[in-house]
Design a protein around this ligand. Structure first.
Ligand SMILES: [Zn+2]
Length: 467
């Protein structure tokens, strides 16, 4: 498989350290607000990558953190702690906030049919691992202390800025008046490893003992500590949204490589932004949608998954409700196709020609997903296969096989239960048609429609569908 690597800015052949085994770390969700469709897109990308690797024969060990401490309002060290902000806003404790939004996140991921990681665990359960890592950095001389915090000294790490392609001297802090900055911090790019419970964090609700005093970890250290703890010093793939490249991921590389002296990540996988109607999603613009909002608006959440497939993960996705409606309609048609194929149940022997057609579709699908996850192309292959004249049983098998990667839950498509009254009406309409009473037949069709069903005439008779 070939995959774009942010570090080298090239599409590369993916290799693993251990044969047929991939170690994969994803930056997790900060549990202080609802999981929105931007998160949805990012985790769908991770899911597609993981499903593709599995389909191509790799075993994937996937670790994801849950950020429930230390993530300040900016990705740097400015502003207040996101969880404390959430707690104040909703009149809850930080632990209650963390629990509530972690559950919302997990539910949202299930709605989008995203496989749960092999290990999904909160940062607060890994404080000892973080303290150990900071100690290693301290011993090697990569840290300094101020009255407020323990910092990583970026000037000591020569490679800093390689991932994002920025030079350390160009990193200028955008000082805003309301932002509190530690006056003893040496360089704007230096970042906190451990906050002391002093000054603006005097009342910080989450805190632990450490060699540097009572306090709490900075945001970045959790990902290095957790990925090394579960996956070793060097991991194969690390994912995140592109917004994490310039600060969070640079910092992860710096602190991990400084501690181990080894390469931290072999392939960096970043998903691009989601916009709503062409603009950035934000609460103030009232264009902010939680995953659950789509369900409340009557959409099947998997139609959002389908919508994501239509834009490559390295392009900005423009979300619109028109596009979502269109995706839902394609998905419903696909579900109808699955139902039809199931009933057709053709058991014909595959001819040589048709067998090679099946293999062609399979190969084209593999080529698409294996070429830096060209999912739009993979979808096109699937639709071509459906239009082809291969026997329906084989078509259905192929569809299920592709769905192992796509995750549209096709195996679980339920048969539509048509109420007996609707079937009776449909039969009456059929009779009216046979009697050439077309006016009556049409009236019945409208009545059926008003009850939420559509009737379609086929050479084999009528078919009732749910609208
Ligand atoms: Zn991270």
């Amino acid at each position: 498989m070939r995959l774009y690597n942010t570090l080298t800015r090239k599409i590369e052949e993916l290799t693993s350290q251990k044969e047929n085994f991939i170690t994969f770390y994803s930056c997790g969700f900060t549990t202080y607000d609802y999981a929105h469709i931007g998160h949805g897109r990012k985790y769908i990308s991770d899911d597609i990558l993981k499903r593709t690797l599995t389909y191509l024969g790799f075993e994937v060990k996937h670790v994801q953190n849950v950020t429930d401490v230390g993530h300040l309002v900016s990705d740097g060290d400015e502003g207040e702690d996101k969880l404390e902000k959430g707690a104040r806003k909703y009149g809850k404790t930080v632990w209650e906030v963390a629990e509530f939004y972690r559950k919302d996140f997990e539910k949202s991921m299930r709605l989008l049919n995203i496989f749960s990681p092999s290990i999904l665990s909160p940062a607060t359960k890994h404080i000892p691992q973080m303290i150990d890592l900071i100690k290693r950095l301290e011993k090697k001389g990569f840290t300094y202390e101020t009255a407020e915090a323990m910092y990583f000294d970026t000037s000591k790490f020569k490679e800093y800025g390689r991932l994002s392609g920025q030079r350390l001297e160009d990193k200028i802090q955008k000082a805003r008046e309301e932002v509190v900055v530690d006056p003893q911090k040496k360089h704007p790019a230096d970042f906190v490893l451990w906050f002391r419970r002093v000054g603006r964090f005097k009342e910080h609700a989450m805190h632990w003992d450490s060699p540097w005093g009572d306090g709490f970890p900075g945001w970045h250290i959790e990902c290095s500590a957790m990925s090394m703890y579960y996956l070793g010093d060097t991991i194969d793939i690390h994912s995140g949204g592109i917004d994490l490249i310039p600060v969070h991921h640079e910092n992860e590389i710096a602190q991990s490589e400084a501690a181990t002296g080894k390469k931290f990540v072999r392939y960096w996988f970043h998903t691009h932004f989601l916009k709503v109607e062409g603009v950035k999603m934000s609460k103030s613009l009232e264009n902010f949608y939680a995953v659950s909002d789509l369900v409340n608006k009557g959409f099947n959440p998997l139609s959002f998954r389908y919508l994501c497939f239509q834009t490559h993960y390295r392009k900005t996705l423009n979300f619109t409700f028109d596009a979502l409606t269109a995706s839902q309609s394609i998905l419903n048609k696909l579900y109808d196709t699955v139902r039809q194929l199931r009933t057709q149940n053709e058991r014909t022997q595959l001819s040589e020609e048709k067998l090679s057609q099946v293999n062609d579709f399979r190969n084209q699908f593999r080529v698409a997903i294996g070429s830096d996850l060209q999912i739009p192309q993979a979808l096109a292959v699937m639709h071509e296969a459906l239009k082809s004249n291969i026997p329906s049983t084989d078509k259905l098998d192929l569809l299920y096989e592709f769905d192992a990667v796509l995750g549209l839950d096709l195996r679980n498509v339920e048969e539509v239960q048509i109420p007996s009254e609707i079937t009776k009406l449909a039969k009456k309409r059929q009779q009216a048609k046979e009697d050439k009473n077309f006016e009556k037949a049409d009236k019945i069709r409208v009545e059926i429609k008003n009850q939420g069903y559509a009737i379609e005439d086929t050479p084999q008779g009528f078919v009732i569908k749910k609208n």
